[in-house]
Write a protein that binds this ligand. Sequence first.
Ligand SMILES: NC(=O)c1ccc[n+]([C@@H]2O[C@H](COP(=O)([O-])OP(=O)(O)OC[C@H]3O[C@@H](n4cnc5c(N)ncnc54)[C@H](OP(=O)(O)O)[C@@H]3O)[C@@H](O)[C@H]2O)c1
Length: 334
Amino acid sequence: MTEGNRVVTLARRPVGMVEPDDFSIEDAPLPEPGEGEFRVKVSHVSLDPAMRGWISEGRSYVPPVKIGAVMRSFSVGVVDASNHPDYGPGDAVTGLFGVQHYAVSDGTRVAKVDMSQAPPERWIGGLGMPGTTAYFGLLEIGKPKESETVVVSAASGAVGSIVGQIAKIKGCRAVGIAGGPEKCRAVVDELGFDACVDYKAGNLAGDLRAACPDGIDIFYENVGGEIFDAALAQMNLFGRIPVCGMISLYNATEPQPGPYNMRSILVNRLTVRGFIVFDFIDRYAEAIAQLGTWNAEGRLKMREDVREGGVEAFPEVLSLLYTGGNNGKLVLKL
Ligand SMILES: NC(=O)c1ccc[n+]([C@@H]2O[C@H](COP(=O)([O-])OP(=O)(O)OC[C@H]3O[C@@H](n4cnc5c(N)ncnc54)[C@H](OP(=O)(O)O)[C@@H]3O)[C@@H](O)[C@H]2O)c1
């Protein structure tokens, strides 16, 4: 039996939180690879906070997904047909294959992966884009030194969970910020952070101060808003702030106030630097090798939150990222 394709396309640009009607889920013909191309049967799709930005209009680091186009995503799968000299049936690969069952690629930004080393979902998680983001953001921009205090927001998530564990490997005090007592408990007990502050408990500044008695040397920012402000106020002299994400702002429909504590950048001579993981594209292999070694040695735990439901579940599963409904790297299994 010849199987067709099933694809998620962008139906309209969302306003505020993503809704099911922002997407259209359709049958499509099975795509055939042309000369120099191969076809991938996608098994797992990565759900990333950046998706909210990719479907918005406006200047960003990549062009927006066009209305009617297949929704962009990092995915993992296996080549099932090929006219490409470097890829053959059975090769496991990751790439920007989109939210669909089958994708055709010419190999641009595709990586072969070893499924005997780790399960498919990990190659789009700790051994994929989120892992490399944590690695470069902390090590290249944060530049941690032994015994420094590293604070990371969205600490139980795909990027944050890896940041704190690398901080520990580098001999730092690792403090997470996460939503709710359950997530905070897991960040300390399961991931080995020294402390975790529950930003929903109502005493963010006080709890952060108690968790960071020597102040903050590196604040790895994933959230923005009030959390950014609270951390700014407690930075040490010559502290570093890798600005990785601002998830609290992604669904905002109005300009958001603050941060107010900008004076800290001046008086503490802080380095505040935004980055996109693509900035380090030439060094992905190095990062993935190191992350894989730490994972295999049991020094770096990688947690995936794999959801079922196929492409139909995509809009609902995506929204979990913005409500804190995920626990670890959010992945949709097709
Ligand atoms: N610069 C880059 O190249 C790059 C690459 C990858 C990711 N990122 C950024 O890194 C950040 C984390 O991404 P991820 O993939 O690791 O996602 P994640 O942390 O696995 O999931 C998102 C988490 O963000 C937290 N969150 C959502 N809305 C929030 C709000 N209003 N206030 C506070 N916390 C909120 C929730 O955790 P709680 O339950 O703890 O609130 C949620 O579970 C995002 O900002 C993302 O855009 C940047």
